[in-house]
Design a protein. Structure first.
Lengths: 464, 88
């Protein structure tokens, strides 16, 4: 990922923005990503026009941070810089949140973008090197200039292949009807079944125009008309997604999972947890909540997994250059399956410090964003451990594949009533099979066993 | 079944609620007696969103204890008809 196309501005000059606000939609070759602002202030001016392809690192807009000074103290950096330039596709020196649209969603799962110094990133961008494919030899496994240069040689052939497979899309496409339409608007029109004839002729058609026409004509009721070049490879997609996005996602999953099975000596453990009382507690909580605001058991499972990863920190981190590097917080990747195939893994930062209600509220939003194909840049951080909750789709137990360079993956099977003995009496209890796939290079089975015991403990004493 | 009009309307309510969650689903091809979560590939978040839709559109608060009755498309219709007291 060296460039992206700015599809749509979500803000304009004069708009007040706060850190974390989505300000623009950028199309990577894989998917559209909402870029979040990493400073607060007022948009002074936009530097990039919609439909323009920009290199990673190029500033997109100028934010006047001083404008918010009365409301909240300006970022220290803002004082020294007359015109803080932000957000760019990749921040010059600001650490977080990572506004890089780089990871194709599934790659966020699998190959987190390694941290690299700005000049290394710039070099990678110049040479067309995807930093996620670079094996870093620098401090804490971060890529150095030399690593990037070496990788450039290695990937030249592959890049050429990729370019051949995914020809660069023109930033604005003239349709057969002679209209000029942004790529995002064109896709949206296809998805919503909006006829190009209904769109304005006198200017470049943008997403907002398509939405307006769709709303007027009830276009969403019509079957999506998928242009040839974006025909999905999977039979009938539940939510139309472009062929390129699908191919990219499949390829990224294939890469990461093949690497996992090639490099990681997995070991697997599982345990059955009685969650009857936890579910009763949850049911009591939900009785007092509006229907929309109910908490599903999945949120409790995720919160418990995060807590267990915090307790047994040997499983929370990355295997880099032959050694385990623990993560500072539990950044929980949550596998979300997409209707019609594919998988994305949004990340909940510092999950261990959050209540079940907070996890639920994040989960609801993240799943919605993932399925809508509009992840936020903050969803695409680097996970320190991942959870997959396939039980939601009915399976009893999950034998997971670790997402490298992580060292563990937690799986939950279905929560259902099963025969289970308590105090010598056999009865029907709500149980769940929790499983752990772990990297035997980083830990041994005894550590994994401690993790599952901690998980069980946290599930039993789940509370808000 | 003694009030086909009401059944149609309630059926439409269930169908619209389901389509909100799974936009391209055709309720006509759903097996009304098959487990709905499997038929429509609903995970627990989808199911919660579906129940929220049913609740919003019918004006009824649906408790978790009643989820058992909402396991099939037909079950949802029967449940709503009963709660709505057979009114049109």
């Amino acid at each position: 990922m060296t460039e992206g196309t700015l599809l749509e501005w979500l803000v304009g000059p004069g708009d007040a923005v706060r850190k974390g606000d989505a300000v623009a939609v950028v199309d990577t070759s894989k998917s559209a990503v909402e870029i979040e602002c990493f400073d607060s202030g007022t948009i002074d001016r936009l530097l990039i026009e919609e439909g323009t392809t920009v290199a990673v690192g190029e500033p997109l807009a100028v934010i006047d941070a001083a404008a918010t000074a009365p409301r909240e103290p300006a970022h220290p950096r803002a004082d020294s810089q007359a015109e803080p330039v932000a957000p760019s596709l990749e921040p010059a020196e600001r650490p977080a949140p990572e506004p890089s649209p780089a990871p194709e969603p599934s790659a966020a799962a699998a190959r987190a973008l390694p941290q690299a110094s700005p000049n290394v990133r710039k070099l990678a961008a110049q040479l067309g090197v995807d930093l996620r494919t670079v094996r870093g030899t620098g401090r804490r496994g971060f890529p150095t200039r030399k690593d990037v240069e070496q990788a450039a040689g290695r990937t030249a052939e592959r890049t050429a292949h990729v370019e051949q497979r995914e020809p660069e899309r023109p930033s604005t496409t003239a349709t057969s009807s002679g209209r000029r339409i942004t790529p995002y608007a064109r896709r949206l029109a296809a998805e919503l079944g909006v006829d190009h004839d209904a769109l304005p002729r006198d200017r470049v058609v943008r997403a907002a125009d398509v939405r307006a026409v769709a709303a007027d004509t009830g276009g969403e009721e019509r079957p999506a008309e998928v242009p040839d070049d974006v025909r999905p490879e999977v039979a009938v997609p539940r939510e139309p997604r472009t062929g390129a996005a699908r191919t990219g996602m499949r390829a990224a999953i294939a890469d990461a999972m093949a690497r996992s099975k090639r490099e990681i000596p997995h070991y697997y453990l599982a345990t059955t947890v009685d969650v009857t009382e936890t579910l009763e507690w949850l049911r009591r909580c939900n009785r007092d909540r509006p229907v929309d605001d109910r908490i599903v058991p999945a949120a409790v499972l995720l919160a418990a997994a995060a807590a267990a990863a915090s307790t047994v920190s040997e499983l929370n981190g990355h295997w880099l250059d032959g050694e385990f590097v623990p993560a500072r917080s539990v950044d929980l990747g949550v596998a979300v399956s997409l209707r019609g195939g594919g998988l994305v893994v949004p990340v909940l930062p510092d999950a261990a410090s959050r209540s079940v209600a907070e996890v639920m509220s994040w989960l609801r939003g993240a799943v919605q964003r993932a399925r809508a194909g509009r992840m936020r840049s903050s969803d695409l951080g680097a996970a320190s451990i991942t959870v997959t909750n396939l039980g939601d789709l009915g399976v009893d137990v999950v034998y997971g594949v670790i997402h490298p360079p992580q060292v563990a993956l937690v799986g939950f099977g279905a929560v259902r009533d099963r025969p289970y003995a308590v105090d010598g009496l056999l009865g029907a209890r709500s149980t769940v099979q929790a499983s752990l796939a772990a990297d035997h290079r980083a830990t041994d089975g005894a550590t994994g066993a401690r993790f599952l015991t901690a998980l069980q403990h946290h599930l039993h004493r789940a509370k808000e | 079944m003694n009030n086909p009009q009401a059944t149609d309307q309630v059926g439409e309510l269930v169908a619209v609620s389901l389509r909100t969650i799974v936009p391209d689903i055709d309720p006509a091809v759903i097996d009304g007696d098959a487990p709905l979560q499997e038929e429509a590939e609903l995970d627990s978040l989808d199911f919660l969103a579906f129940v929220a839709q049913l609740s919003k559109r019918s004006g009824l608060r649906i408790e978790e204890d009643d989820y058992g009755e909402l396991g099939t498309f037909t079950g949802c219709i029967d449940y709503l008809r009963r709660r709505l007291g057979g009114q049109g």
